[in-house]
Design a protein around this ligand. Structure first.
Ligand code: HSE
Length: 307
């Protein structure tokens, strides 16, 4: 195999209660990447369609992630990469993670699969380090493993793939404003009061249990965030109203997608997820901010080969 075309999914990180440790992958939005073996050593970005991003591989998350993998093998292999960006940087649905995860997945395949998924997450995290200054694993884990993922530990890296209930659908609204992850991390506090930590870890346990037992009521009761949302929601115009209207429309829960500005909701069944999308749209139409809306089944496969 000398070349590969892949789909790298958008992802929702944190899932309300799991700051930096929980994530899930979407089906209906993601980037496409074409990767070819090349005689020229290292990583050469040959095409970027859809966004204005650096061609210099050392300045692009694609290079940061790809070179982390090649360096681990002491490899002098060469690859050319065409990137068809569909996920806007600064959207909160894992734009840099899709590029980083797609790159390491494809190079690993073309080299005959020397690494497992957890090792690929470690390389893809270098893309996140370049993008926002922190080597976060939640988006890249969801992109590489698919479904819901838990970063049980960062050191040593321990990623757990969680069951995805069949009737679970996501609605994501992306208001057309940009929030840089680095900025959204700066508004957080270094410490969490014990009373909030108690509520937060109760909800993490509840959500994981609800996902395994497919208990939609328990999932709903667990989708709360006392760590990031109180500080970040003020950065997103209309957030409180979107959340209120989504719950009224039948969502199990609603919160900030990753570091925002996208807002996600989870619903039981496609019909409910579409009603939630209509409710979210109405809020931003009234505020006068442009948006994109995605309704998606949870993508349980992660990065996949399209040809
Ligand atoms: N967990 C990260 C954050 C995700 O919330 O900052 C960034 O998309």
């Amino acid at each position: 195999m000398d070349q590969i075309k892949i789909f790298a999914p958008a992802t929702v990180a944190n899932v309300s209660c799991g700051f930096d440790v929980l994530g899930f992958a979407l089906d209906t939005i993601g980037d496409e990447m074409h990767i070819r073996k090349s005689d020229k050593k290292g990583i050469t970005i040959t095409k970027i369609v859809g966004e204005d991003l650096p061609y210099d591989a050392k300045k692009n998350v694609v290079g940061a992630a790809g070179y982390a993998l090649l360096d681990a093998l002491n490899s002098d292999a060469g690859f050319e990469i065409d990137i068809y960006k569909k996920i806007k940087p600064g959207s909160g649905i894992g734009s840099s993670a899709a590029s980083a995860a797609g790159t390491v997945f494809a190079i690993n395949k073309l080299l005959g699969n020397p690494f497992n998924n957890t090792e690929l997450v470690r390389f893809a995290m270098e893309g996140e380090r370049l993008a926002c200054g922190s080597a976060i694993a939640d988006n890249v884990s969801a992109a590489l493993f698919g479904g819901f993922t838990l970063v049980r530990s960062y050191a040593p890296l321990d990623i757990i793939k969680i069951n995805t209930p069949n009737q679970l659908y996501a609605t994501v609204i992306h208001p057309q404003i940009e929030i840089k992850t680095a900025d959204a991390r700066r508004v957080l506090k270094d410490t969490v009061p014990l009373k909030d930590a108690i509520k937060q870890w109760g909800n993490v346990g509840g959500l994981i249990s609800g996902l395994y037992t497919e208990d939609y009521g328990l999932i709903s009761r667990s989708l709360h965030d006392y760590v990031a949302e109180p500080f970040r929601s003020v950065l997103i115009p209309g957030f409180d109203l979107v959340k209120q209207k989504s719950i009224e429309a039948g969502a199990l829960g609603c919160g900030i997608s990753g570091s925002g500005p996208s807002i996600f909701a989870l619903s039981k069944g496609l019909e409910n997820a579409q009603k939630v999308a209509d409710a979210m749209k109405e809020v931003y139409k009234n505020i006068g901010i442009d948006f994109y809306v995605y309704v998606s089944k949870i993508n349980t496969e992660g990065v996949k080969i399209i040809s």
